[in-house]
Write a protein that binds this ligand. Structure first.
Ligand code: HEC
Ligand code: HEC
Length: 224
């Protein structure tokens, strides 16, 4: 039995390896060659990892990157990364001073394709329409402590809010609106390390939708 199984696996591997390198598989190779995998998981789901596994990686999980990010933003960021979290990842004491590794040339597109191909079945597409949303705003700024941990663009274009969570300034350009809702609704899937409070039970489904639409509408202000 065994040799047959091995041979079958070997053949499957050869087929996979020989199939003309799609952009995504080229991107996977770049991701590994550039050492990205040392800091980022690209295999999920998070719930199958222990807290120690989570803390062993120095960067956020990317196994659902294709569900989380907007492709145009991801490509630009990989070429010219700027700090997203005011503080270092999983660290509330030290400032994030930037210096994330950069990609250049064809690597940008291939790694973008690779990461955009990593999706989560727990994110339903087409549910959240970004919208100016007074209810969502009230939740974000008043009813819930969201703005105590997240920066956003407030009145007169002033950056307001707390610094312990990722900045949500222009989150509508960076994040997939549907992922924002999924993140609030299914904390166990996406955030096993509980740095952000869980809002299931505190916010109704309707209010999660309101706040997701509000955050998804964080776009650059139009210049007058
Ligand atoms: C030394 C560890 C380290 C290496 C190596 C590294 N990263 Fe990161 N990465 C981080 C950290 C830390 C962050 C969070 C940065 C921030 O919030 O500003 C991050 C953020 C990201 C993000 C945004 C994720 C999110 O949820 O905000 C992407 C995408 C990303 N990295 C891709 C890559 C790619 C592609 C490579 C290889 C070229 C790479 N990283 C190499 C540590 C690393
Ligand atoms: C006690 C602080 C805290 C509060 C309160 C809080 N968050 Fe967060 N939030 C975090 C942290 C910490 C993370 C993620 C950690 C990481 O990936 O570095 C996060 C992640 C997020 C993300 C994903 C951002 C990204 O780029 O990965 C969104 C969207 C978000 N929070 C929205 C909200 C909303 C909406 C509320 C209110 C209902 C809220 N948060 C309340 C701390 C907080």
């Amino acid at each position: 039995m065994k040799p047959i199984v091995t041979a079958a696996l070997g053949a499957a591997f050869l087929v996979a390896a020989a199939s003309p390198g799609s952009a995504a598989s080229a991107g996977k190779a770049v991701f590994e060659a550039k050492g990205c995998a040392a800091c980022h998981y690209t295999e999920g789901p998070a719930r199958e990892k222990t807290i120690d596994d989570q803390l062993a990686k120095k960067g956020p999980e990317l196994w659902y990157a294709g569900s989380k990010f907007q492709k145009a933003w991801l490509g630009e960021w990989l070429a010219e990364p700027k700090p997203i979290r005011p503080m270092k990842f999983n660290n509330l004491m030290e400032e994030n001073t930037g210096g994330h590794p950069k990609l250049a040339g064809a690597d940008v597109a291939s790694v973008t394709d690779f990461l955009m191909g990593l999706t989560s079945a727990d994110v339903s597409a087409g549910k959240v329409k970004p919208k100016k949303n007074p209810k969502g705003r009230q939740i974000f700024i008043k009813k819930m402590p969201c703005s105590g941990c997240h920066q956003y663009t407030g009145r007169k274009n002033k950056i307001s809010g707390g610094r312990s969570g990722p900045s949500l300034v222009e989150a509508g350009v960076r994040l997939n609106p549907d992922w924002i809702l999924a993140y609030l609704k299914k904390p166990k899937v996406f955030k096993p390390v509980k740095m952000m409070p869980v809002f299931t039970g505190l916010l109704s489904d309707k209010d999660m939708m309101n706040v997701a639409r509000y955050v998804a509408n964080f776009k650059p202000k139009k210049k007058k």
